[in-house]
Design a binder for this molecule. Structure first.
Ligand code: DP6
Length: 408
């Protein structure tokens, strides 16, 4: 029997606070601006991937959530697998003639997301990061996470940021071969563990414009994007990096909301225009704006920051100390169906598990007229999570392939 060359890894989701939107090279996935994100805790949201190399395999194959996902020639998937094999050959096999020639074997790969794709949460970032992390362990590559980010970037731009925990910058780079367009860690999760996030999963029946096609249309048609790239993002990257290093939530919140707003403005500035937010998204903005106004009016600071990607879901970043108040506010306007709030961090204890809606509460002197109250189901899920670590190597007992090399 041939030795079993296999590795399993999990990788986290990340949500940008300075948005990536626009490519200068669509094949290599090189962005038109740098971006910065917070990695979310993979105890709650993650992709897990097992990769196995075996001389008996007759082709590279991949299963996503148990279903075959065809590896098409010249696809992003194929590029990532080919690049990982190339790195194995260059950094291991060419240096040590005794090393098994794994780069010449076909691979079987099984990947699983622990969150429903239907929730509209981007799974491509965690998915490509887990793929690259598991192959790097399989191939025992002597390279750092930034080097791996060069490859996951070619699967999906935002995936390069999921190779680190904590607070992560994707430096756009200037070279045409993309060798300097990579992710670096701005600060580890231990630097600012009080950074929590509340994901509001907003119902959305219609299929929106994908990030990939939407951003290309923006690059081709939006004059506002050119202004953003040249005059706005470089300064915001610096200010955001400083805010994170100083644990300055006030600045973090201001920049996060401004950048989400500008990303949705360039989407609107696209021809034809693209709308990602809906009435529920806008109501959540109104609640967070009023919540912050109340605090600032009393001489306080920003207490929460909203951000939206290419869909209607809201992510609210806030210091842990404010989360209960924020979740109570959201629940007051968006009553939950039993079980729709996965209170994994125990904000509301055992009572909350019985009936979360009785915790719906609006702060004193909050202007309740800023938004209408919605019916049950307008927000179909709330996930409370926090900043988390980068990809983890898992043991074989968590492997997703059976003895034959097929999904379990
Ligand atoms: C709005 O990384 O999904 O979430 O590179 O084409 O795969 P591709 O796009 P993708 O775009 C993410 C866009 C965003 C902002 C961000 O994550 O920075």
């Amino acid at each position: 029997m041939s030795p079993n060359y296999q590795a399993t890894a999990s990788a986290p989701v990340n949500i940008a606070v300075i948005k990536y939107w626009g490519k200068r090279d669509t094949k290599l996935i090189l962005p038109t601006n740098s971006s910065l994100s917070v990695t979310l805790d993979q105890d709650h949201l993650r992709s897990t991937t097992t990769s196995r190399a075996d001389p008996k395999f007759t082709q590279d194959r991949l299963w996503l959530n148990g279903k075959v996902d065809e590896i098409k020639p010249d696809s992003r998937l194929e590029t990532c697998i080919t690049e990982m094999k190339r790195l194995r050959k260059k950094t291991v096999e060419d240096k040590d003639p005794k090393a098994p020639k794994l780069s010449t074997y076909h691979v079987h790969i099984a990947s699983y997301n622990n969150f429903p794709t239907a929730a509209g949460l981007a799974s491509s970032a965690s998915g490509f990061a887990a793929l690259v992390a598991s192959l790097s362990h399989l191939y025992e590559l002597p390279v750092d996470a930034s080097t791996l980010s060069l490859i996951s970037r070619q699967g999906s731009g935002s995936a390069c940021r999921s190779l680190f925990g904590g607070f992560v910058a994707w430096q756009m780079g200037t070279k045409s071969d993309g060798s300097d367009s990579l992710a670096i860690q701005v600060a580890p999760e231990s630097h600012w563990p009080e950074m929590h996030a509340l994901i509001c999963v907003v119902s959305d029946d219609k299929k929106g414009t994908s990030s990939t096609s939407g951003m290309q249309r923006t690059v081709e048609t939006s004059p506002l994007l050119q202004h953003r790239i040249k005059n706005v993002v470089p300064e915001r990257m610096e200010k955001m990096t400083r805010a994170i290093k100083d644990k300055d939530f006030d600045s973090f919140a201001k920049i996060t909301m401004a950048d989400s707003n500008q990303f949705h403005a360039v989407a609107l500035d696209t021809e034809p225009p693209i709308f990602y937010m809906n009435d529920v998204s806008r109501a959540i903005i109104a609640l967070i704006v009023e919540y912050n106004r109340l605090s600032r009016e009393n001489g306080g600071r920003y207490k929460a920051a909203y951000t939206y990607d290419a869909g209607p879901n809201a992510v609210v970043y806030a210091p842990e100390a404010n989360m209960k108040e924020i979740a109570s506010l959201i629940i007051a306007y968006f009553p939950q169906k039993a079980g729709d709030f996965k209170d994994v961090l125990g904000l509301f204890g055992a009572e909350g598990a019985k009936d979360i809606n009785k915790f719906g509460k609006v702060p004193n002197r909050f202007n309740e007229a800023v938004a209408q109250r919605f019916e049950v189901g307008a927000i179909k899920g709330l996930i409370h999570t926090k900043v988390g670590d980068g990809p983890r190597r898992l043991g074989d007992e968590e492997g997703l392939l059976n003895a034959e090399g097929l999904p379990k």
